[in-house]
Design a protein around this ligand. Structure first.
Ligand code: PNS
Length: 169
């Protein structure tokens, strides 16, 4: 399709939460294709729970029945990845004012690097505004029930790593 609208939804997704999923599904209402772009290099140094390959595999499983979502890892600059994929739109979720400063800085830096890029911020469902991958990781590591916060394939993997209590069973 010549005029296909493609949005890049970048992040660490360690792991993908229902808040991320909510943003992907909202984005699909605006564009034809969403590329969930899993960064090998992130702005904040992180020690991931799931390797890049594991995240690609898991998130691909989450969107296995959604042909308009592609899951792709990338290295290097996000704007270079966007340009190489013919995408001029980056989507990021904004949960609260506390996210704003970091997101705004990244948006303007990305635009300085490639003036053709646009960044749109989307609000997730209010029930997910408190959710973050880091909190899900912490609760799971401590054996808490995270079944209300992540899609089933992610829950299965967290339960495998941290025990069945994280799945509420
Ligand atoms: O989910 P996160 O960790 O908040 O996502 C941050 C991410 C991956 C979007 C950001 O670190 C990023 O874009 N990394 C790729 C490298 C890059 O382009 N850095 C310059 C950003 S202005």
């Amino acid at each position: 399709m010549v005029d296909e609208r493609i949005a890049i939804y970048p992040g660490s997704f360690d792991p993908l939460t229902l808040g991320h999923d909510d943003i992907v599904r909202r984005s699909l209402r605006l564009v034809d294709q969403v590329i969930v772009a899993i960064a090998a290099t992130t702005t904040h140094d992180k020690n991931p729970d799931f390797s890049l390959d594991e995240r690609v595999e898991l998130i691909s499983e989450v969107y296995g029945d959604e042909p308009r979502v592609q899951v792709v890892p990338f290295e290097g600059l996000l704007v270079n990845f966007a340009r190489a994929n013919g995408a001029r739109l980056i989507v990021r979720g904004l949960r609260a004012v506390s996210d704003f400063e970091y997101e705004f800085q990244m948006a303007l830096m990305n635009r300085s690097l490639w003036p053709e890029i646009e960044v749109i911020f989307m609000a997730p469902a209010s029930s997910y505004t408190f959710l973050s991958s880091s909190l899900v990781r912490e609760v799971a590591r401590l054996g808490g029930d995270v079944s209300g916060f992540v899609p089933p394939p992610v829950l299965r993997e967290l339960a495998r790593v941290y025990g069945s209590a994280v799945a509420g069973t």
